[in-house]
Design a binder for this molecule. Structure first.
Ligand SMILES: [Zn+2]
Length: 556
């Protein structure tokens, strides 16, 4: 198994940090403005030491080696930072299939090369470039966003072959209809490359110029392109999102490109889907304010509603930027309208849901259903003034008396929330076995360690024993109340471990193992002695075994 140290040894911290921000040489060190979310500064207090292989911010006091840097900059858990560094260094880590890693690397490479080909092809077609310029896209943006043009059936194929890719790899990329036809799917179309959150090229969107249908198309899903997870331009928008502390999500690339061209640099795009849980998880690490900015048409009203549903109860501040009917953000900005004003006028989800409610006013059932749903949403609002305002709006919308709506709301409120009991349990105490379970949940590679080193399996808690045996099925089956208990514990540990380096984390695990072994040893001795006193013959053999192992482990 690759250890955290192996991973850190395989990368130079200066190269790693440079993937995220530009560094300036300062003596033997490098400096830059702090890249970590939540720290907004103008003069650089972030330093990288190549000699010590450390990154340190004098402003927010976050520091550590490569893995800790990734945890801080991506705002992710230790396990994920190992995966990320595994991807960068090509070292295989727990649970990662080396074949898959290799295949992904090949695909990134193909997409990058294809991007280069398309980009240079665009230069050969002034009429295509003019088409873009006429649409208000500047030369600088064409270059920055890697706009390209697919001009030929076989040139790209030959280009990729020359770069050393075989037919199988080219076929896997799904750029071609099939590799034997050598037919580029995107021919005669403008190309926008899509990158993942670490700036690997993973897919293309293309747009027709001459009048064929469909107008826009996306690459199909491949092993490196999952629409429900990718946020376009996230890698470049990351800093701006954390500094401005909100993100604008648009429905496709062109809207985001337009926003960036007009200095709204905290925009990212999804690809014609609703915002999924994966998107939300990624964004939540950077900011808690999400502004949805979709087209002003019916299809997008639906997508917005679905996104609002997915965003519910995620402890986020959501705003909807309402586009005038049949406008998209790209048109809007290019027509010279003030987008900043739209941002300032952004509405709350509940306003949007009331305004765009879609029900039959003559159907009592429809009305009842809408009322129940909307009141459930309203329940989570804290401000009395807001509640009052929306209750009146709901009454108007449903053509009901205000009293009726208020009464319905009060009834909704009185219903006990399912999680209420769990959320208000008395202060709980955790023991070392609980902590061990938490570490397993948080980072699978710990499991390997613990499986090897925890010895008296029959004398540890049933929960931990189960986890060591088959943790993934256990988590699925775990009762809600227990899950809540571990969630609370996770929060507690995270609070304390913010300033911890990986060494400290692994040291903690080592100490935990020692403590668990010692505790379970004492427990074993006590239980076995009782059994021996009542002449349980098996206990004698067991006792000898336990004492022997304890001596070997240096526990006695
Ligand atoms: Zn900082």
């Amino acid at each position: 198994m690759t250890t955290p140290e192996d991973l850190e040894n395989a990368v130079d911290i200066v190269d790693l940090v440079q993937r995220y921000i530009k560094l300036k040489k300062a003596g033997t060190n490098y400096k830059a403005v702090c890249p970590f979310p939540g720290h907004n500064e103008k003069t650089p207090s972030f330093m990288v030491s190549p000699a010590k292989q450390l990154a340190y911010c004098f402003g927010c006091h976050k520091w550590g080696g490569a893995l800790k840097f990734i945890m801080d900059v991506e705002n992710c858990e230790f396990r994920e930072s190992m995966e990320i560094l595994g991807g960068i260094t090509g070292l295989k880590i727990w649970n990662v299939n080396p074949e898959k890693v290799k295949q992904a690397k090949n695909l990134y490479h193909i997409y990058k090369d294809a991007k280069t080909y398309y980009k240079s092809a665009l230069q050969k077609y002034p009429e295509v470039k003019k088409y873009l310029i006429d649409r208000g896209i500047s030369d600088e943006i064409i270059d920055k966003f890697d706009f390209g043009y697919a001009d030929s059936w076989v040139e790209l194929y030959n280009y990729l072959k020359k770069s050393g890719f075989d037919d199988k790899m080219i076929n896997d990329s799904a750029i071609f209809v099939n590799v034997w036809a050598k037919k580029d799917k995107f021919i005669n179309r403008i190309i926008f490359p899509i990158q993942n959150a670490r700036w690997d090229y993973v897919a293309f969107t293309w747009r027709i110029i001459w009048k064929w249908e469909p107008k826009y198309l996306n690459s199909p899903a491949t092993s490196i392109y999952d629409k429900s997870a990718i946020l376009y331009w996230l890698f470049k928008a990351r800093n701006s999102i954390t500094k401005k502390d909100f993100v604008i999500v648009t429905e496709w690339q062109m809207d985001t490109i337009s926003l960036h061209q007009h200095w709204f640099t905290n925009a990212v795009a999804i690809s014609w889907t609703a915002l999924t849980d994966k998107h939300i998880k990624t964004l939540k690490r950077l900011t808690h304010k999400i502004y949805l900015c979709f087209d002003g048409d019916k299809a997008w009203e639906k997508a917005t509603k679905l996104s609002i549903e997915n965003l519910k109860n995620k402890d986020l501040e959501i705003k909807i930027i309402v586009m005038p009917e049949n406008w998209d953000p790209d048109d809007y900005i290019k027509s010279g309208w003030d987008f900043q004003e739209l941002i300032e006028k952004a509405v709350s989800p509940i306003w949007f849901l009331i305004e765009k409610a879609d029900f039959n006013i003559n159907s009592i059932d429809d009305k009842k259903k809408f009322l129940t749903e909307i009141l459930q949403t309203l329940k989570s609002y804290n401000s009395i003034v807001e509640k009052d305002f929306y209750l009146k709006e709901i009454a108007k919308k449903l053509d009901l008396r205000e009293d009726t709506v208020y009464e319905a709301f009060n009834r909704t409120r009185l219903k006990r929330e399912d999680n209420f009991v769990e959320n208000n349990v008395k202060k709980v105490e955790y023991n070392s076995e609980d902590y061990a379970i938490w570490y397993i949940i948080n980072d699978e590679s710990v499991l390997v360690e613990l499986r090897e080193k925890i010895i008296f399996r029959d004398f540890i808690s049933l929960d931990l024993a189960n986890f060591l045996a088959e943790w993934w099925t256990i988590i699925e089956k775990m009762e809600l109340q227990k899950k809540e208990r571990f969630k609370a514990l996770a929060m507690k540990i995270e609070e304390n471990s913010l300033s911890q380096t990986n060494d400290v984390v692994w040291n903690t695990i080592e100490k935990l193992v020692k403590k668990i072994n010692l505790d379970s040893y004492k427990k074993a001795i006590k239980i076995l002695k009782e059994k021996m006193n009542s002449w349980d013959m098996d206990a004698f053999a067991e006792y000898t075994k336990v004492v022997k192992s304890a001596r070997e482990m240096g526990l006695k």
